[in-house]
Write a protein of this length. Structure first.
Length: 381
């Protein structure tokens, strides 16, 4: 069953656990963490798992970001749990917090309102800052400058299968840009206007889908009406700081509609030059100008995801179906992945016929096979 789905793929990507192969020189890569002193025990638990299942054989360096200072206890404990090099970097006010060009009072009022409405993390300015940092800034931090690749790690995550090959090298060799292991639906109320802006960015820059954008659309492409939402002009004319999001009901939007799918960004393996490209940075700037990181609670996960939809094609992505991974309550377990249960042909039939437009994408890269399929213990969308 495995061979049937994997002919086009590297063996290690699909087969997973096998003899450790760490004989090749390392990639130019780093493990990126953002954390606070208070998260030490959750961080140690993540590192134990990450080291045990991968990094004790590969020894990739860690880089810890913080908007504050890590204390000596934190550093000593972290360093006691790895042989790898560990460094720390402070995030300055240029990359954290409400920027000066924003009406801070209005932004804080917006945040308080989201708190009142019990939007998850909506009332926490620090969480908004975190999402904005990971959406638009981390890749430009001087501490990351020398690296080409990163793997994102968080407190309270768990890996439960050995990763016996170097995913950076395999992504490099197969020319991949962005890797994920869990995709799920975003909480609607955190991103009411995100998709309008993202789709406006695409239209106003005349960017054509390379086959991935369709994955984020609720409507089937053949029913697609012309998007009449009067956004491009508005967006283009917006002055930094005006941050006036239109008062709309996303359910009544015309044209394309976001299906809320996104790659869960607490796990990511990706190329930094994707984000450093002018296209991504322009995209972020336009999104940022709208004020959505404060007036709504835009997550970095849907921002990264929609950016892949705008700027990449299916073959640029890699689904790490072989990584057993858990973050708090949601997990991906390779043993339950649908690709292990159904032959590829059947998947294509069952998933694409219902989702026209995806067939091409699926043929190009089998990662869509898990899309929209219930799993025993995992989540898909
Ligand atoms: P969740 O995964 O969406 O529930 O959010 P988390 O609380 O895990 O936050 C995501 C990541 O950002 C984690 O690595 C946190 O440690 C980190 N983080 C969140 N807020 C802050 C903050 O205010 N300061 C710092 N330094 N890290 C933060
Ligand atoms: Mn988390």
């Amino acid at each position: 069953a495995i061979r049937r789905i994997s002919e086009k793929h590297d063996k290690p990507f699909v087969v997973g656990c096998q003899k450790v192969d760490n004989t090749q020189p390392r990639a130019n890569a780093v493990i990126v963490v953002l954390a606070r002193n208070s998260e030490l025990s959750g961080m140690i638990s993540s590192m134990k798992s990450f080291e045990r299942h991968f990094n004790r054989w590969y020894n990739y360096p860690y880089l810890f970001f913080n908007d504050g200072e890590f204390n000596e206890t934190f550093k000593a404990e972290i360093e006691a749990h790895t042989k790898s090099e560990v460094s720390y970097a402070k995030i300055g006010s240029d990359m954290w917090g409400i920027p000066d060009w924003t009406d801070k009072e209005a932004a804080r009022e917006g945040i308080a309102l989201q708190g009142d409405r019990a939007i998850m993390y909506g009332g926490m300015e620090s969480y908004h800052s975190m999402c904005r940092f990971y959406s638009g800034h981390f890749y430009n931090h001087p501490a990351l400058e020398k690296y080409k690749w990163y793997w994102r790690l968080e407190p309270d995550i768990k890996y439960f299968c050995d990763i016996t090959y170097d995913p950076f090298l395999h992504m490099e060799r197969t020319n991949k840009t962005y890797g994920f292991t869990i995709a799920l639906k975003e909480l609607k109320e955190t991103v009411p206007n995100m998709f309008r802006y993202a789709s406006a960015y695409m239209r106003s820059n005349n960017i054509k889908s390379q086959g991935l954008w369709e994955m984020f659309l609720e409507k089937k492409p053949e029913n697609k009406k012309e998007d009449k939402t009067p956004l491009p002009e508005e967006v283009l004319r917006a002055e930094p700081g005006s941050h006036k999001l239109p008062d709309i009901d996303p359910d009544n939007m015309e044209g394309e509609k976001y299906n809320m799918c996104h790659f869960w960004s607490n796990f990511e393996i990706a190329r930094l030059d994707f984000y450093r490209s002018p296209a991504y940075q322009n995209f972020f700037e336009m999104m940022d100008k709208s004020g959505g990181f404060w007036n709504e609670r835009w997550g970095d996960a849907p921002i990264h995801s929609l950016a892949t939809g705008i700027l990449l094609g299916p073959s640029d992505l890699h689904y790490f179906r072989d990584f057993g991974y858990r973050h708090t309550t949601i997990q991906h377990c390779p043993a339950n992945a649908p690709t292990r249960q159904l032959p590829r042909e059947k998947w294509i039939e069952e998933t694409t016929v219902k989702k026209e437009g995806m067939k091409k994408a699926i043929e190009e890269d089998a990662f869509f096979e898990s899309w929209d399929t219930p799993r025993e213990n995992g989540v898909g969308c």
